[in-house]
Write a protein that binds this ligand. Structure first.
Ligand code: NDP
Length: 337
């Protein structure tokens, strides 16, 4: 059983030497248990948070595989509810094999049976985060302006598309012109701006002539700085993630002070709320799955996946997340179904 584990705690952007591949015998199952072989493994930015002690779910343990949600095939079962060949979703991380109890896996259903990787993107943790952060905290209304960064990524692309379904004007921000073209032409966002443009602040102002009602925060830093002066009365700012800050050893500085921002929050009655998806919305998971399933079955969503073959390529693929190299939901393919 190959496993990708943490070697050294990273400082700054993770490097290849922070990851290590180890091999162990394939685990044996006991009565009631199931042996699964992982096919697809999700790579998500939160893995970086678990490489240090900064997330409520805590750091990785020694020999614990890194990552993430998985789509696996049942290879052996001593549990009457699962048969060899069943496709299941679970959370077994970057490894080839895992033994589990029945509560730890769910059989793929509906659109996921046709397209199993949906369980890791649109219908998994990223889709769930986009859905709850935007609908529950953002509460978009027709004709409001919604801005979202990392907008062709796993979370951002779903945020923008739900906002469009709710009748909002959607402005995306991405790291390349190619990604921006995709956001406008394929995802049907109203506008998309390249965050590296030298006049980015001015472009954002022009793209949001009526100000910003919802800023869905995926990245922080300079993008947040450009957003702040454009926030409207009673704007909502769901804080989902802070890509630009997750690797900095010293806090990023922006040109707006905390005191200025607090004054603005008070004067404009802005709502800023962070969330950790499974901790805050665990009980809403089945509502999300049901709602998303209906949308997907009615072709309301476009999704893009960046599937990297080979468990041995996990470190490079993961590091690429912080360089904007992924184009769509990043997934490792460890084997064949
Ligand atoms: P993505 O698929 O969007 O990949 C990350 C993207 O972030 C990159 O492609 C890049 O896009 C952008 N990025 C990377 N570095 C920087 C930087 N320095 N400055 C600005 N942008 C940068 O990832 P996900 O959709 O999986 O995650 C998006 C966010 O959601 C993350 O912050 C993640 O931590 C958060 N999240 C939070 C959850 C929660 O429970 N709160 C759950 C799931 C995700 P580009 O180059 O195109 O700008």
């Amino acid at each position: 059983n190959r496993k990708i584990v943490l070697d050294l705690m990273p400082n700054g952007i993770p490097k290849k030497e922070n990851f290590q591949m180890i091999e162990e015998p394939v685990p044996k199952i006991k009565d009631g248990q199931i042996l699964v072989r992982n096919i697809y493994i999700s790579l998500d930015p939160y893995i970086r948070g678990r490489m240090m002690d900064s997330l409520p779910i805590g750091p990785y343990q020694i020999n614990e595989p890194l990552g993430g949600e998985t789509v696996s095939v049942v290879e052996e079962s001593k549990n009457e509810n699962f048969q060899k060949g069943d496709l299941v979703e679970g959370n077994f991380g970057l490894q080839d094999w895992a033994v589990c109890d029945s509560w730890a896996i769910m059989k793929l259903q509906g659109p996921e049976l046709k397209h199993p990787t949906l369980a890791l993107g649109l219908m998994g943790l990223p889709g769930f985060s986009a859905f709850m952060g935007l609908v529950d905290i953002g509460n978009p209304q027709p004709r409001e302006t919604v801005v979202v960064g990392a907008c062709t990524g796993a979370v951002g692309s779903v945020v923008g598309q739900i906002a469009i379904l709710k009748g909002a004007h959607v402005v995306g921000i991405a790291g390349t012109d190619e990604k921006c073209k995709y956001a406008v032409e394929t995802l049907k966002f109203d506008k998309c701006l390249n965050r590296h443009a030298s006049d980015f602040k001015q472009q954002l102002k022009e793209a949001c002539p009526h100000g910003i009602d919802i800023y869905f925060e995926n990245v922080g830093g300079k993008i947040f700085e450009a957003v702040i002066p454009l926030l409207n009365q009673r704007a909502r700012v769901p804080i989902c993630g802070l890509m630009s800050q997750s690797n900095s050893e010293t806090p990023l500085s922006i040109d707006v002070s905390l005191v200025e921002f607090q004054n603005l929050i008070l004067a404009k009655r802005i709502r800023v709320q962070g969330f950790i998806i499974y901790q805050d919305y665990f009980t809403r998971y089945s509502d999300f799955k049901k709602g998303m399933c209906e949308w997907v079955e009615h072709d309301k969503f476009t999704f893009k996946e960046d599937i990297v073959k080979g468990l041995e390529n996990s470190a490079d693929a993961f590091i690429g997340l912080f360089e904007g190299k992924n184009f769509g939901k990043l997934i490792i393919q460890a084997g064949e179904i």
